[in-house]
Design a protein around this ligand. Sequence first.
Ligand code: PGA
Length: 304
Amino acid sequence: MHVTLRQMRVFEAVARHLSYTRAAEELFLTQPAVSMQIKQLEENVGLPLFEQLGKRLFLTDAGEEMLRCSRAVSRQLKEAEEIVEDMKGVRRGRLQVVVASTAGYFAPRLLTAFAKEHEGVTISLDLTNRENVLRQVMDNETDLAIMGQPPGEYDLESEPFMENPLVVIAAPDHPLTGSKRIPLKRLQDETFVVRERGSGTRSATERFFRKKEISWQYGMEMTSNEAIKQSVMAGMGLGVVSLHTLELELEAGRLVVLNVAGFPIMRNWFLVHRKGKRLSPVAQVFRDFVLERAGEVWQMPRVA
Ligand code: PGA
C-alpha cells in the first residue's frame, strides 16, 4: 500500500470534519483538491474510506481503521520531531567517550557529575589502551577521547585539562620506603613491574629513563594498573604508575610513593577529537564541563 503523508493529513482532516469543504478550509486547499487526494488514497488502499448517505458523509469500516492508523502515525511523527528537537539541544542525546585505561580512575566521576546535571543524556564509556583510543578517534567511532598527549603525526585537536603525575610506588616494607631524595641512579638496582607496550605510562617512563640515561630493569609486564599495584604490594618490585590510580591504596597505607629525585614525571590529560569533527551539542557541553570543572569534580590523591 503506497500512502503519502500528505494524503494521510488530508484524510485525517476530512474524517474529523466529515466534510470535504471544511477540511479544505482548514488545509487552505480547494475542495476538488481535497476530493482528488481522497480518491487517490482510496485507489491506493483499494477500498472506499467514506460513504455518502444523503448529504452526510460517513467513514466506512476501512475508513475507521485508516483513521486509527493515521492518528498513530501523526503521534509518532510528533514524538520523533520532539526527540530530534531535544537532540539539537542537550536535554537528550548520546555521549560516547573513550578513555585510555589509566583515565578510568577518574573518568567515571566526571561522567557521573555530568550525568547528574544532564539527566536525559545517555552516556557510554569505553576503556581501552592508547592505541585503540587513537584508532576510535581516527575512525570517528566516538565523540571525545581522554588520553595522555596524543602523538603529533595524527590530525587531532587536543586540549590539556589536568595534570597526570607518574610516581614510583613500593610496598610499605620495601627498604627504600621512608628514604628522602633517593638518587635516580639508585633505581638501577631495583626491578620494576611495568605496563604493556602501547601504554602511555609505559612509554613516558621509558622516555624519562632514557633521557636521564638510567638503565631500567623490568620483570613482569602487565596490562592493568591494578595488576601492577597488586604485584608491588606482594613484593614483586617497584612500579611507576599515575598518581590518579592510587587513591585507595595510599589512604589504606598499602602502597607508598617513593621520594625519588626527578620524580614525578609530569604529564597531562588531554581531551581529544579528530580535527574538523563537528561535535554534537552534548559533546560540546561535556567538553566545556571537563575543561572547566574536572579539577573540582576529581581531587588528585595526596601523597602522605
Ligand atoms: P595508559 O595511560 O595508556 O598508560 O593507561 C594513558 C595515556 O597516557 O595515554
